[in-house]
Design a protein around this ligand. Structure first.
Ligand SMILES: [Zn+2]
Length: 219
């Protein structure tokens, strides 16, 4: 059978969070609300930059980067010209900050990118880059709050810099994420890529085989 869908979560379990257009897993809603309420008591007005993302959406992001319609950043968060690279090099550069379709924890509905919108200076645009959360960055107080309090609500930071790039804005509801990830199957993903019309499918298959654990923060 042609496998044209690769879902890590039953999409009927996704709900809009607090009347926003952010979708998340119904089982994390209460804990997320509790976290956001607690953060507010500490002076942080938490906003969600990104929650559930479909495989199709992720494929579009990767394709836009692959074809030069969306910027690719290097490890120092500077714009990188990948146009002269071969497909595999392009994919490996893109994957420093973007997961391949099927390999994003945003497919789970348990993972979110959050930031304290009241700490964003008026003249700044949200970047979600490490320097905003660095010790001299304007989001640092919120990072300190998260390090102290996330675990009380069942959340943690899966991307610590030992696997993918450090992403202090990315939080995960660990217990549910782990139970969903237990169903991840690399062979199914490769089959899905093979049946896809992704421009970068050969490179994606080679890259996924080597790096899927890192991308999903399974290690
Ligand atoms: Zn994220």
């Amino acid at each position: 059978m042609l496998n044209n869908n690769f879902a890590l979560v039953d999409e009927s379990l996704l709900v809009p969070f607090n009347h926003t257009n952010c979708l998340c897993h119904v089982q994390i809603v209460d804990r997320l609300k509790a976290l956001i309420t607690d953060a507010a008591k500490h002076g942080f007005d938490v906003a969600i930059a990104s929650a559930y993302r479909s495989v199709e959406r992720q494929a579009l992001i990767v394709e836009e980067k692959f074809t030069g319609r969306r910027v690719v950043l290097d490890e120092n968060e500077q714009v990188l010209d990948i146009s002269e690279f071969d497909d595999y090099q392009k994919i490996s550069r893109i994957c420093l900050f973007s997961a391949l379709p099927g390999l994003s924890r945003h497919h789970l509905g348990t993972d979110l990118d959050i930031y304290p919108k009241n700490l964003l200076p008026q003249n700044k645009r949200l970047q979600l880059t490490a320097y905003e959360y660095a010790e001299d960055g304007y989001f640092y107080p919120f990072l300190a709050y998260m390090q102290e309090n996330l675990a009380k609500f069942g959340f943690y930071h899966p991307y610590t810099g030992t696997n993918m790039a450090y992403e202090p804005w990315h939080i995960s509801y660990g217990s549910l994420a782990n139970s969903l990830l237990a169903n991840f199957n690399l062979d199914k993903l490769i089959m899905f890529y093979q049946n896809s019309n992704y421009l970068y499918k050969k490179a994606a298959i080679a890259y996924a085989k080597l790096h899927y654990k890192k991308m999903l923060a399974l290690v």
